[in-house]
Design a protein around this ligand. Structure first.
Ligand code: F6R
Length: 366
């Protein structure tokens, strides 16, 4: 049942080329530059008129929501807020009938997310769901939605569900952009052609596994770890840190790389591995200078870089290469080595990878 892997988590990490492909299937038409989302097509008019989108979720699904914020604002030009469901629900939030709420949940049973949906519904918002488990409670509570189709996720730490959530949010961003006329057909063709190739690139990203094992070996006994990224790689840093802490019990933090100098830099010494997402895109030069700051303080730099990178390679102690892609799709690739890193470190530390202590697959208490 684990398909020859030692743990469900590893099986699910390796399923990602397939799960992303399943998620995109029948939904993108790169030649025509078109996205079709049957589950929300009745709301096409609504999408032309929404004033604001509020994404509610918990944990890893919340991280996917943060990536979604970048994508939707960039392409559909609608303001997006991303909220922890548990905070949203207890805050008397301002919601109107012109708001669209998107609830993201792998299990579709998370109590805090359900409570946030009920509240937004009472106040007249339109609610979409992005769920993995078909027929779960959340898809039944929402007005419309899009399934992630990642297949059953057994490992408690979410992996393939996360990349499928990001894939659906990418589709939604382009779909909303099409409805609102904020993207040209040529641009759509260009982006969707690239999106269609992401499953193959994820396959290539998985080839970094041996490099990741060497890094895991070197840092498995570190008491702390810092993950840094900018732009849509910031939520990837948060997700990398969450994966490491939940399955290996190493204290880890994700931070926007530029925020480091406002506090966390004080933590950097020779015992602190710092993992940078330093792919070739608009913030590359800035990330390079953040790397120099860490090096100057004796921190160990591990960098996820684009294939063919030379500058960061010279500076970092370890690099992990991922295929070159546009900035829009970096989260789908950069997440892969971070999942592998958490996995190998946890296994080396003798942890129960699929069922980490104190955690449950779906959190049905508030
Ligand atoms: C992390 C993890 C949790 C869940 C969170 C939300 O690996 O699994 O943080 O992401 O409990 O669960 P869902 O998405 O089922 O609502």
């Amino acid at each position: 049942e684990k398909g020859g892997y030692d743990h469900f988590m590893m099986k699910e990490i390796y399923e990602q080329p397939r799960s992303i492909r399943d998620c995109l299937r029948g939904r993108i038409y790169p030649g025509r530059g078109e996205v079709q989302l049957g589950g929300i097509k009745e709301y096409a008019d609504k999408l032309r008129n929404v004033d604001r989108i509020i994404i509610v979720a918990c944990g890893t699904s919340w991280h996917a929501g943060l990536v979604g914020e970048y994508l939707i604002e960039e392409f559909a030009r609608v303001p997006v807020e991303v909220e922890y469901a548990s905070e949203f629900r207890y805050r008397n939030p301002i919601i109107t009938s012109k708001d669209l709420v998107i609830a993201i949940s792998q299990s579709g049973e998370t109590a805090d997310t359900m409570a946030a949906i009920e509240l937004a519904k009472e106040r007249g918002a339109t609610i979409f769901g992005i769920c993995n488990v078909v027929g779960a409670s959340i898809p039944r509570l929402t007005h419309a939605g899009v399934y992630t189709h990642a297949g059953p996720e057994i490992g408690v730490a979410s992996t393939k569900a996360f990349t499928a959530q990001v894939s659906v949010l990418t589709l939604m961003a382009f779909y909303i952009a099409q409805q609102r006329g904020t993207i040209t057909r040529n641009k759509s063709v260009e982006y969707l052609t690239e999106l269609n190739e992401i499953p193959d690139l994820v396959e290539r990203a998985l080839k970094a596994n041996d490099q990741v094992i060497a890094i895991a070996e070197r840092f498995k006994d570190s008491p702390n770890c810092l993950f840094l990224g900018r732009g849509s790689s910031f939520p990837v840093a948060l997700e990398g840190a969450l994966k490491l802490k939940e399955i290996s019990y190493i204290h880890a933090e994700g931070y926007p790389a530029a925020e480091m100098k406002h506090g966390p830099i004080a933590l950097i010494d020779a015992d602190m591995p710092v993992i940078f997402i330093a792919t070739k895109n608009s913030s590359y030069e800035k990330v390079v200078s953040n790397i120099q700051e860490v090096k100057a303080r004796g921190g160990h730099v591990i960098a996820i870089v684009s294939e063919g990178d030379t500058d960061v390679k010279e500076m970092a102690e370890y690099v992990i290469e991922i295929p070159q892609t546009s900035e829009t799709f970096v989260p789908l690739l950069a997440t892969i080595p971070l999942q592998l890193l958490a996995y190998h470190i946890a296994v080396m530390r003798g942890c129960n990878v699929d069922q980490p202590r104190n955690l449950a697959k779906s959190v049905t208490v508030e």
